[in-house]
Design a protein around this ligand. Structure first.
Ligand SMILES: Nc1ncnc2c1ncn2[C@@H]1O[C@H](COP(=O)(O)OP(=O)(O)OP(=O)(O)O)[C@@H](O)[C@H]1O
Ligand SMILES: [Mg+2]
Length: 228
């Protein structure tokens, strides 16, 4: 569950990026965040995993109140949220297996459990056969599948993605979307900022439209709208 009430965010340079957002996203929902460039989509999403802090207002993620959350507890929050980026953000010197295993190693899982869990999620993204490859030996779509495997290896309640198909061709983008659907069908909440009009208008989900830091539209099975 994601809850925001009266959330505002002004960056240190004075830019008002979020101008009063109230929202509830229930467990198991699939939500697109759309809107023009500079509208505040990434800021909205970053506040969910404490990459950015709101200037005021209340944010509760999976029962964790971020306004009172100590810095030392941020890793605990991050374990309940998987994050996927446009540019994948894989560690170049680690293999596919190691990139995915990393999140489990830091929480002290046993090597045996790590191996099982990593191979399970690599199987889900159909990359088990490339477990020993390095990121630069993979296509963009494959790299994004690794980053998706990494994001869900902890079994997070929520998966957040900021333009996950932004660097991918249309066919590969659809593959990634089918993977997101499958992850959502297994019960994970998915929140995805996107400029991909075709995907939003075809694979119908809840659409939250952000403009000038405000939610201007919130529709079940909504449309992309008139943005670029
Ligand atoms: N770290 C930052 N410091 C200062 N201003 C920022 C910072 N990050 C974003 N902004 C500003 O906040 C506003 C919202 O930016 P944000 O990145 O959230 O938009 P967006 O909707 O994700 O845009 P895009 O579709 O281009 O990714 C913009 O005016 C942007 O310039
Ligand atoms: Mg953005």
């Amino acid at each position: 569950m994601i809850e925001m009430s009266e959330v505002y965010k002004t960056y240190p340079n004075g830019v008002l990026a979020i101008n009063g957002i109230d929202i509830v996203i229930h467990p198991g929902e699939f939500v697109y965040v759309v809107g023009p460039s500079g509208a505040g989509k990434s800021t909205f999403i970053k506040m969910m995993y404490r990459e950015e802090k709101p200037s005021s207002g209340k944010i509760v993620i999976n029962g964790i109140d971020l306004s009172t959350l100590k810095e030392s507890k941020v890793p605990m929050l991050r374990r309940s949220i998987g994050v996927v980026f446009q540019d994948f953000k894989l560690l170049p010197k680690l293999t596919v297996f190691e990139n995915v295993a990393f999140a489990l190693e830091v929480i002290g899982e046993s090597p045996r459990n790590i191996r099982k869990r990593v191979l399970d999620v690599l199987d889900l993204v159909q990359l088990k056969h490339k477990a020993r490859f390095f990121p630069d030996e993979l296509s963009g779509g494959e790299q994004q599948r690794v980053s998706i495997a990494r994001s869900i290896v902890n079994n997070p309640a929520v998966m957040i993605a900021d333009e996950p198909t932004g660097n991918l061709d249309p066919d590969t983008s659809w593959e990634i979307m089918h993977l997101f659907e499958e992850i959502n069908n297994r019960g994970t909440t998915v929140v995805m900022a996107t400029h991909n009009k075709e995907i939003v208008n075809t694979l119908k989900k809840r659409v939250i439209a952000v403009e000038d830091g405000k939610i201007v539209r919130d529709e079940a099975r909504g449309e992309y709208g008139l943005y670029d």
